[in-house]
Design a protein around this ligand. Structure first.
Ligand code: ASP
Length: 349
């Protein structure tokens, strides 16, 4: 380094170099990455929060934020790790199918700086629904595309049509079908192999950049064995996730139907708008969920028979998560990517 080139200039110029290489790897970026100002001028503490399956995702998104990437580009690249991972049977490729053995994916996202939103529901044969939701947000006058129309939209941007069932997800579906009804024409499989619980799974990811910009995304294969055509909360703006660049972002995983009824992502952000801390805003939304739960879904002590988790981050980079029953979440708080316990309302049902 020449004497004339100060350390700060060196850091800035290498950040710019890194930034241009970053954008090469992000399909359809919201904006080119920008070199970051010096840390003393950061408007917010950068942070990325996600459901517990997003540990790799928060690391990836945080690295991108520090390379000056856009906030939505960062979270989408983060959740794509799970979408593309065939061993995660709750999201994207390898997700557990619906009643008919067809994988139908939901995703939605919001971009704080431009106040835009995008979503897809019941998307078939495309591995990364979060990316398709981002393209709805970026390139259309609409917010929500579903089914065949969503797939055609994705294909028009060069996405490849692929079989999303893996050997594992197909086998899980066959076992479920075999044990569904003793009077059907499928022979039951041995007791120890039965599917007694209905697996769920999703990834939500929310981020604040050093500039104070915020975005959120949620993506899922939804409830396993669902009725074909069912759309869960992940695809619904204000339920599966919500973001307001002046306030913060929040998202959810767990029983989608219970979240939709309280508009949980929106409600949590509205709590933070009134100055409530992220964890407390999540807990307040969970209390609303409990009071909105119909009796058939309540256990003996009036507690829900399902779990639901909210994740939230505010404009200052403060974050938190809470669930009905003990759970975990992933966060990169500036120091490292780690798994933490959520706050919770109940120890057990
Ligand atoms: N919320 C998702 C849905 O209802 C499922 C999950 O998060 O496990 O589709």
């Amino acid at each position: 380094m020449s004497d004339l080139l100060s350390r700060r200039e060196f850091v800035r110029s290498s950040a710019a170099g890194m930034a241009s290489s970053v954008v090469m790897g992000i399909p359809h970026p919201m904006r080119p990455p920008r070199p970051l100002p010096p840390e003393s001028r950061w408007a917010a503490k950068p942070v990325v929060i996600a459901s517990a399956n997003g540990l790799r995702g928060v690391q990836k998104a945080f690295d991108l934020l520090l390379q000056g990437a856009d906030t939505l580009d960062a979270v989408i690249e983060g959740v794509k790790i799970q979408e593309l991972d065939p061993s995660d049977d709750s999201v994207g490729y390898g997700g557990l199918p619906n009643r008919d053995g067809v994988v139908q994916l939901d995703a939605s996202c919001m971009h704080g700086p431009t106040k835009r939103a995008g979503a897809v529901g019941c998307l078939e044969n495309i591995k990364t629904p979060s990316e398709v939701a981002k393209l709805v947000l970026k390139y259309t006058n609409h917010i929500f595309l579903v089914g065949e129309g969503a797939k055609k939209f994705a294909l028009s941007y060069g996405f490849k049509e692929e079989d999303l069932l893996t050997e594992h997800s197909r086998e899980e579906w066959l076992k479920w079908r075999a044990n569904l009804n003793p009077d059907d024409d499928y022979l039951d499989v041995p007791e120890k192999e039965t599917m007694v619980v209905r697996p769920t799974g999703t990834i939500n990811c929310d981020a604040v950049t050093p500039g104070g910009d915020i975005s959120s995304v949620t993506t899922t294969s939804g409830l396993a064995w669902k009725i074909p055509g069912r759309v869960g909360d992940s695809a619904i703006i204000g339920a599966g996730q919500y973001c307001d660049n002046d306030v913060g972002a929040a998202g959810s995983t767990g029983r989608g139907e219970s979240n939709i009824k309280v508009c949980g992502g929106f409600l949590t952000v509205e709590g933070m708008r009134r100055g409530v801390a992220p964890t407390d805003a999540c807990l307040a939304t969970l209390k609303r969920v409990v009071s909105a739960t119909e009796s058939r879904l309540l256990g003996a002590r009036g507690r829900p028979k399902f779990n639901l988790t909210y994740y939230a981050v505010n404009k200052r980079g403060e974050f938190g998560a809470a669930s009905l029953y003990p759970g975990q979440y992933a966060v990169h708080d500036g120091a490292e990517a780690k798994i933490r316990d959520t706050a919770h309302l109940f120890e057990q049902t």
